[in-house]
Design a protein around this ligand. Sequence first.
Ligand code: ACM
Length: 533
Amino acid sequence: MPDTPASSPTPLPVIPRPSRTESGGPGGLTLTAATRVSADAEARGTLTWLQRELGAATGLPLATGDEASAQIRLSVDARAGLGREGYRLIVDDEGAIIVGNDPAGVFYGAQTLRQLLPPDAFRSAPLGGAVWTLPAVSVTDAPRFRWRGAMLDIARHFSPKREILRFIDLLAMHKLNVLHLHLTDDQGWRIEIRRYPRLTEAGSWRTESQLGAGKPPEFDGRPHGGFLTQDDIREIVAYADARHVAVVPEIDVPGHSQAAIHAYPELGESGLIPVGTQWGVFDEVLAVTDNVLEFYKNVFDELLELFPSTYIHVGGDECPKTQWKNSASAQKRIKDEGLADEDELQSWFIRQLDDHLTARGRRLLGWDEILEGGLAPGATVMSWRGEEGGIAAARAGHDVIMSPTATSYLDYKQSESEDEPIRVGTLLRTEDVYTAGTVPPGLTEEEAAHVLGAQVNVWVEHIDTPRRLDYMVFPRLSAFAEKVWSAGERDYAEFEPRLERHLERLDAVGVEYRPLDGPRPWHTRPGVRGWGE
Ligand code: ACM
């Protein structure tokens, strides 16, 4: 949009919408084989990324030049007043300059620069014949929230490393900066732990999987499995770091632990049980013994070696108390520690992990059930059962991340049509994701400051292939990205034309998003039942 006057209400077709843009008038910078790129020391990571990504799409060398002769210049200037992760991008006939407040800011400036080119700039090889002209423009931009996340469940259905790396690229394209990996659940343990090899040898596969959400349950009769090695994890973390995405691991305790109990029955209250094959919430939970605590502290210690993330997620959700009510060791623990009930017992267990993580310089993160029975002193809360958990935690002075089901669960149905694949949850359309608020109303300014940001959650009970993942995640993730990056009013009517343009980028990347007018015949899942069907 090179000739849009500065006063025009038509924004640049960039997602997420930048804070401020001014047109530089007609003209712009055309990239050619002679175009050189420079970067100061702190911006070098983005230089490498730009050469790799834009070089592949355009076929141009975009060779490194010195600062005096380069047409594209990248630098960090913390004194420019751009704000955390902020940047300024200026393009004119002579060149393009990106100044970031920090290395992440430079990276986001480069992401915006890529979106200013035709959508084919998102392909992996050139089609030939394109003219790569950046419009003359000035963009000043910074994110609204510091936590802009997506959770990927790789426990219910495994995602191999290849898909996780691709997902990271898609997060970075949308200026999202947290990948929360849900690594363990009843139906599978997906990360190698050297000290306890049976977690993956036995706990990473199940005999079959429930198909859909119907009652009585139906099963597919086919084993499912897979896990990430520690080298896979190191690679994923380094790849994400180069794209300014923090990888936050989750080991879910003390519920959702059937796979671990299958591998090491002494962890549980019920002897040998199979790895779960059905979706839901189950009574089989961890025992609260010294040996179990020791086991998990050792597991978390290996996790800390692999994940530099400040935040370490311990789950804490959906832990039925039935077994503890009937367990001599659980009741003895309640008595010995002077606890009131099983809720306080769960809280006590989480607190032991909080002490362990805090002593190692990390911060415990958990689903909002960790509020029940008292919040551990260092805990940050992820509010998923509505906003109440977030509100309570923020009022108690704890940091929170908002991911309420109604606006954040990307496994939830995208329309009421019978053609929509496996309809679970409540209706969550792209426009619903876009328009929903992030900070719960009613918080004071001081309480609201505890809201670090938000994330969408991709639970995959009913998403068993990368193609189905694309369908459920996009374009809802694009709408979410704007909500957490861009401040100011959001008007879906203004967003939609930009989204249509953005879909051309997703086409160029090769993302099989849900078309805005609904599923294609091959997206349907005839005969596979959703909730209440
Ligand atoms: C959750 O959805 N059980 C956090």
